[in-house]
Design a protein. Sequence first.
Length: 418
Amino acid sequence: MPTDHATRWGGIPPAGPQRTLAAAQLVAAVGDGAYYTCSALYFTRVVGMSPTALGLGLTLAWALGSVAGVPLGHLADRRGPRRTSVALALATAAVVAAFLVIRSYPLFLLAVCLYATAQSGLTAARLALVAALVPPGQRTTLLAHIQSTLNGGLAVGAAIGGIALGLGTRAAYQGAFAVTALGFLLAGLVLRRLPEAPPGAAKPDGGPRPAVLRDHRYAAVTAVNAVLLLRMPLLSLIIPLWIAERAPGIGWLGSALFVLNTLAVLAFQVRAARGVTGPGPAARAVRSAGALLLGSCAVFALSALDVPVWAVGALLVAASVLQVAGEMRQSAGSWQIAFDLAPPGRIGQYQGFFGTGVAVARALGPLLLTTLLLDGGPAGWLVLGGAFLAAGHAMGPVARWAARNRDHPVPVPVAAGV
């Protein structure tokens, strides 16, 4: 195991498949950062689409993408995760390139649905590839490296997208889209350097439908994790609106807190995942995440008090620090649990199903949290914090229940250790 400073702090994973997987994530993330920064303004200002039409199209696309992860993950199990990952990365590049010439709404709908589908499938296939090429005890640490790399790539891509936004021309926007397409093209080429899954690691399950759709216990674990993932819309949506209502003079702080979150994950995600190598430490990590997220919500609630603007700002910063600490612990624990409970030959479909929690949080979070927090005020924050705490404590027992009587060995911690 490498012991150099860079590896321990999360910048560089060990040489071999792990470093190659992180490199593929880096170039894809640069493309994602450029796309997410300027895609909305490209489609509304350059293509001429209305915001309502754009929002409807994206909602439909990600609804489709949320259910595509399971069948595409199942395909990765049957045909091989490396082959499937490469194909989906190249498909994403082709779809983004098509955005440069699409002008009609029906073609936009088709393209954006293909984009969301390919993205969801790519996530599931890459996780199956991690399971095939990385020893179980090293997977969570690798995913922490990849998450750190993802944030670094997104920051670079966002800077490129920011240049396009500053120029505001069709050519500038299209240049950013070209960076996105190139990023996924390079990701596919990098993934091709990896070996395919070992023989037998991607055997079909033989059932009439993917086995994960019959695994109700795994669905329960996914549901508990989805509650914790309601943290996702906080910094991107809720906090800017919260600041705009209560302290409009420091509206810039919303962007600053987003940058703080990105840099914290980049610097500390690997350290936060250290020691999470089995179900016991994973459950404890998720439990501590619930407590940290409760603390974050409590401090956010305090920012509603009648205090000076500088105090509001200080409270928001403190709450955001607690939030990102909880985020990193929750990510590390949930990654480990999701891998531990997935049968070896079905990692793709199981990871695809587990990923639907992200889609659920993104779909339901904005409506639920704006009502609960912006209308409910401090009491709403405490209700949300209580839900985080309950979900964090529930993960251990639910994961132990899901681990019983499975068709593959799963180490089950004793209740006192979780």
